[in-house]
Design a protein around this ligand. Structure first.
Ligand SMILES: [Zn+2]
Length: 667
């Protein structure tokens, strides 16, 4: 039936070419195809229509099975809730609150969203209800079932619990990869992409110039090419109607005269002599020789405050596509200027003065850009004096850097005493209660929206080689956001966190939409979608690996060597069982490598390669736990060799650059 329709189209094209009549063939095509109409034209809704047609075509095995049309009575209409007079409870602001409504019966009906990006989310949810699964980014990451598409029925109404759902751009990747990842983010319902820095350059340079152990030849990119990638990435975020965030550390380097493209963590900073006076004065010297993101300034100076406000406003004016621009101080603690005007005030007093200056400058220029301010490092201490003149301009970002993920966010007990601010002698914060207590101090003077910016998938996930154990804390963190008066989570993380599988990053997105989802239910669904009929066995194996690798122990030791916990003694024994567990699971992998859907086969392929990596890795960590540093070094060398040999298979799911930063033994 499907094939005959496809043939009819071919015949129609052929007969047109030969001058024959085509009317009959075209008519039968229009009658059978699912027509998709757009009630509102917005790039995200146009894209949603194209995606719906594409995936219905893939399901039917016929690219013409569904078509976007302009006629007034299509079979499926896409548009805003308001186009159809539909209401979803809890949508206070349709521009900010994402909600979806689907009422399709026998492939006729309505797919709607509260705003254009939600229409796209609704299309992907509709496709999921029809059996599609989004396993990982890229064309081989979708599972699309083969099935007839003329009798599809889905009814649902849903609203995202959190307004801020996203991740930032860390990682090592090609432009093709990051575009496919943004596409994937929309598929799993994430609405925010934070393209950190003024123009992020290092993520591309580290990839194209192979700044990690690799067999591939370097293919360096010029600044002009990286700038083009930057614009392309931003366009793809906006094309989906998603929120684009930008900036962060780096405006200081810009203030000192450096180009935007040199203002990320690895840029080259040049500070001319006449600008040295603007740098923070520490131990009697101006803090030169730092990186673009760790050069602190003398913030009490009016010319520094005004200059920063002007530079941030210039950036916002030049890039109206940026919805939210981050302005942060430097990326370190205890670099604060000790000059006479600075030394007696907390950095947050100057921070708020500068933020107010940015607001005035944006208001003067008529720019609506929101500004994200950061609670982090020395800015943990809220100001005593300064207040926001126009709180509506801002959004709070809480970055509990230094926690060790041994427990989820906790509300501070009554009367918890915070350490006093001490100029350039501030300790770090490990305890989540203390972090949350700092947040609460800020929330006494700022009651607007905010989100958490946390680091579960920057380093910690590499210690958890089953990629399952880390979900326990992360899921509970997400569930506790409302208790902290926060409205979402923008994850600071590697973009390429899909090896051995993508469950944590998938579950992060799903839990932000619905925090009441159970991790086990999400896991069952993800693993079945990613691995097929024997997905449950893959899940059990991953749970085993998470347990045997004891990620909390090793992560804690990497941050706080002195912290000992009951059970630490048993760590080496657990690691010694990894090789056997892998061996036992081999037959399951082997029998799945060549059967079923190609997307499932690929998932098993990654597990197969991963099984070979975790054996020497477990040996390395076992040696570490036993204090045998020479043995550890040798095992890391084996890991290194293994990863290089399998680079061609894993390079689009595994960020080896960040792995070797986490485990320097493999460098
Ligand atoms: Zn100063």
């Amino acid at each position: 039936m499907k094939q005959s329709l496809f043939l009819a189209v071919i015949i129609a094209v052929n007969s047109f070419a030969s001058g024959g009549t085509v009317f009959g063939a075209q008519q039968s095509k229009t009658e059978t195809a699912i027509t998709i109409g757009l009630k509102t034209r917005h790039p995200a809704i146009v894209f949603a229509g194209d995606e719906l047609a594409k995936y219905l075509g893939l399901m039917a095995g016929d690219p013409g099975a569904a078509v976007v049309v302009t006629e007034s009575s299509p079979k499926i209409a896409l548009g805003l809730l308001s186009d159809f007079g539909v209401k979803v409870d809890g949508v206070a602001d349709p521009a900010l609150d994402d909600a979806i409504y689907i009422d399709v019966r026998n492939s006729k009906g309505v797919i709607a969203g509260s705003n254009p990006r939600s229409v796209l989310f609704a299309v992907y949810r509709f496709l999921e209800s029809c059996g599609c699964r989004w396993i990982r980014p890229g064309p081989d990451g979708d599972y699309v079932p083969s099935r007839p598409v003329n009798k599809l029925s889905v009814q649902l109404k849903d609203k995202a619990a959190n307004r801020f759902r996203g991740n930032m751009n860390a990682g090592t990747y090609s432009i093709d990869y990051i575009l496919s990842k943004i596409e994937w983010n929309a598929k799993v319902g994430l609405n925010t992409f934070f393209n950190e820095f003024l123009i992020p350059k290092k993520n591309y340079v580290n990839w194209y110039s192979r700044k990690y152990p690799s067999q591939k030849a370097p293919e360096p990119r010029s600044d002009a090419e990286i700038l083009a990638y930057h614009e392309l990435l931003n366009r793809e975020v906006k094309r989906r109607g998603m929120f684009l965030q930008a900036g962060g550390h780096g405006f200081n380097a810009r203030f000192l005269g450096n180009p935007e493209i040199e203002c990320d963590h690895e840029g080259t900073i040049v500070i001319p002599d006449e600008k040295l006076e603007f740098l923070a004065l520490v131990n009697g010297e101006r803090l030169k020789g730092r990186s673009p993101t760790t050069s602190e300034l003398c913030y009490s100076r009016p010319d520094v405050q005004q200059g920063l406000a002007r530079i941030v406003a210039d950036y916002a004016e030049k890039r109206p596509e940026v919805d939210c621009l981050h302005f942060w101080f430097d990326d370190r603690s205890n670099n604060t200027c000790e000059c006479e005007r600075c030394r007696d005030k907390k950095p947050s007093e100057f921070f708020v003065q500068i933020l107010n200056g940015i607001d005035r400058e944006l208001t003067r220029r008529g720019l609506p850009t929101r500004i994200a301010f950061l609670i982090y490092q020395d800015l943990r201490w809220a100001p005593d004096v300064e207040r926001f003149a126009n709180p509506d301009r801002f959004v709070l970002m809480f970055a509990p850097s230094g926690r060790i993920y041994d427990e989820p966010y906790q509300l501070p007990p009554p009367g918890l005493a915070l350490p006093p601010y001490q100029l350039n002698k501030n300790p770090g914060t490990r305890d989540v209660r203390e972090h949350v207590a700092f947040l609460r101090e800020w929330q006494r003077m700022y009651r607007g929206p905010g989100f958490v910016y946390d680091y579960h998938m920057v380093w910690y996930h590499f210690y958890d080689q089953g990629y399952y154990g880390l979900m326990e804390v992360m899921a509970e963190d997400i569930r506790r956001l409302p208790q902290m008066n926060l409205h979402g989570f923008v994850s600071c993380q590697n973009q390429k966190a899909f090896y051995p599988h993508g469950f944590p990053i998938y579950a992060h997105a799903r839990l932000l939409w619905n925090p009441q989802s159970q991790v086990d239910d999400l896991a069952r669904d993800y693993f079945q979608g990613a691995f097929g009929p024997e997905g449950a066995l893959a899940l059990e194996q991953m749970k085993t690996l998470s347990d045997l690798f004891s990620p909390q122990y090793f992560y804690r030791k990497s941050r706080a060597k002195d912290l000992v916990r009951p059970g630490d003694d048993g760590i080496p024994q657990k690691l010694s069982r990894v090789a056997e567990a892998v061996q036992k699971f081999r037959p399951v992998i082997e029998r799945n490598l060549s059967r079923g859907h190609p997307a499932h086969q690929l998932s098993w392929k990654y597990l197969s390669v991963h099984a070979g990596m975790v054996v020497p890795m477990a040996a390395a960590l076992q040696s570490r736990a036993e204090g045998k540093s020479k043995d550890e070094a040798n095992h890391w060398k084996a890991v290194r060799q293994y990863v290089i040999e399998h680079e061609a298979i894993t390079e689009n799911v595994f960020d080896f650059f960040w792995f070797q930063r986490t485990f320097p033994g493999v460098r």
